[in-house]
Design a protein around this ligand. Sequence first.
Ligand SMILES: Cc1cc2nc3c(=O)[nH]c(=O)nc-3n(C[C@H](O)[C@H](O)[C@H](O)COP(=O)(O)OP(=O)(O)OC[C@H]3O[C@@H](n4cnc5c(N)ncnc54)[C@H](O)[C@@H]3O)c2cc1C
Length: 373
Amino acid sequence: MTPDVLIVGAGIIGAACADALSARGLRVTVVERDAVGSGATAAGMGHLVAMDDNAAELALSAHSLELWKELVEGQPQRHEYSRCGTIWVAADDEELDAARAKAVTMRAHGLECDVIGAQDLYRIEPNLRPHLAGGLLVPGDGLVYPPKSARILLARAVARGASLLMGEAVALEDDGVLLADGSRLSAGRVVLAAGTRCLALAPDLPLRPKKGHVMITDRYPGFLRHQLVELGYIKSAHASEGESVAFNLQPRPTGQVLIGSSRQFDTTDLAAEPAMMARMLARAVEYTPALAGLNILRCWTGLRAATPDGLPLIGPDLSRRNVWLATGHEGLGITTSLATAELLVAQMTGGQAGIDARPYMPSRFNPQGRAYG
Ligand SMILES: Cc1cc2nc3c(=O)[nH]c(=O)nc-3n(C[C@H](O)[C@H](O)[C@H](O)COP(=O)(O)OP(=O)(O)OC[C@H]3O[C@@H](n4cnc5c(N)ncnc54)[C@H](O)[C@@H]3O)c2cc1C
């Protein structure tokens, strides 16, 4: 039977969409070329974080955090969820002022947060270097193990009758996709949730790959308790050119420490680059000197799908018949996956989502429905 919706890609976004669509009774097929939860999802740090670079980003991330809390409730271990909270670390008084401003914005969106001084900062995170000014503690942020969450979401969809088909979509057709083995899959609608690889199927989409490195240490329980991020991270995350690194450490539930984060445009080579790793480690050790004594086990990279305005593409692609987009989540797609799925379902079925869909609609880049410029 022809599915109502064919989703290309079973990363966290495709899996969340499959879950939400099947929950509304739609017949869903997911086609995946590699493994469920691969792509950027396997590379991501899994930080569930409220980001407030602009009102639309904050609305999407804050709403999705609420949906994550419902999802993991009662079974946090399955997602390897931890409500570790985030501390946005302020290096000096100027950054502490920025933390205060951030607190005002977050509270206005109903998010709990506390500006903390240096004394409290060192009490809860003693491995931070001396002479920091304090920070902003956001206790509701957390973390998951993204590929596992993707598998759980997809399994829920399959339990409701959705199908998973292993194969690669190589071309979009009027009523479905052509697969690499020459077969065709028809569907009422096709959702592109293939991360940066959406560009292989629709090269004009306003997407650019942004490479990131992550490292993981051996187990050091108690080395840190919160996700620690420098306040300068937002500037680094939203730079639209060049290379940048920012201090970003995460305490995995295993006691391991995840070390992020880097951003590079204009490369799709997934090889780990020693020079970039050295820059990340130098930044991390600058903030947490004791990190220099830890053992790093592994480094990997992934490609974020970045849009020109830093917001995802969620909704119909006006330039392609029956094609919908759920991509462009850059460095926030684990956090925003559940709200993305909710917005997509609401648009497809005429239902209500918890937030306004307009800031994320692809048509903001092609209001006339022509190819993206
Ligand atoms: C280093 C790094 C750190 C990050 N840290 C965080 C974080 O802490 N918090 C956060 O919220 N976000 C984070 N992100 C961002 C997040 O990982 C991504 O936004 C998110 O995983 C995107 O998911 P996706 O499903 O859109 O794409 P992907 O995860 O890339 O999934 C796409 C899927 O589609 C499949 N596919 C591709 N092409 C085809 C095809 N033609 N046919 C069939 N299947 C296909 C792929 O195999 C893949 O499984 C990070 C990203 C990186 C790279």
